[in-house]
Ligand binder design. Structure first.
Ligand SMILES: C[S@@+](CC[C@H](N)C(=O)[O-])C[C@H]1O[C@@H](n2cnc3c(N)ncnc32)[C@H](O)[C@@H]1O
Length: 184
């Protein structure tokens, strides 16, 4: 089986095709952005959001070989203002910038607002949303509870919600996915 972040990259590799448009909603140090940029190739685009200039700079440095990344120093709650093209996948890696300021973290209210704003695109564009949740710090615990209680109530005939976790470790990171329920 896969470690949590390897699982996310595996899922992306199976979903994203050359020339697709994808979003890294929290680019941080750029590890998901660079993976996405490789998958979409020169004909595709990756929009990399972060609210910290430091994070955008780290991602730019890591991804300097790639010309298919659009860097956006803004909150992911405005994704729909920036992108009107069809989006294949949006990745959220919640929490704070590793080795950065732990006070600057994703928040349950903004994360929920962004997820809600993307739900129509899950249906109309077959968008897949992948969220890595870190319940081991106070805001992360709140985010974890908020997201789970919101997603649990979504219509199962429209949305397929999955959770991938370490079953024998408390408060370890886990992955939520939101996609369209496929009708047979
Ligand atoms: C865990 S880090 C991301 C790690 C990153 N995926 C990587 O591979 O290094 C979380 C990032 O989310 C950013 N962030 C927090 N709130 C945000 C928001 N509302 N919109 C966009 N980014 C946000 C933080 O600045 C931080 O860089």
């Amino acid at each position: 089986m896969y470690l949590i972040l390897d699982f996310v990259h595996k899922l992306l590799s199976e979903t994203v095709q050359p020339s697709d448009v994808c979003v890294d909603a929290t680019c941080g140090n750029g590890n998901d952005t660079i993976h996405l940029a490789g998958l979409v190739g020169p004909g595709g685009k990756v929009y990399a959001f972060d609210i910290q200039e430091e994070a955008i700079n780290h991602t730019k440095a890591l991804c300097k070989e790639f010309k298919n990344i659009i860097y956006i120093l803004d909150s992911h709650e405005y994704i729909n203002n920036y992108i009107s093209e069809q989006i294949k996948a949006v990745v959220f890696n919640l929490g704070y910038l590793p080795k950065g300021n732990k006070e600057i973290t994703t928040t349950s209210s903004t994360t929920l607002k962004t997820i809600e704003s993307l739900l129509p695109r899950v249906i109309s564009e077959s968008l897949m949303i992948i969220i890595v949740v870190y319940p081991g710090h106070p805001e992360g615990k709140k985010e974890s509870e908020t997201l789970q209680s919101f997603l649990r109530d979504l219509d199962k005939h429209q949305y397929l919600i999955t959770k991938y976790e370490n079953f024998n470790r408390d408060l370890s990171p886990y992955v939520l996915t939101i996609s369209q329920t496929k009708r047979r």
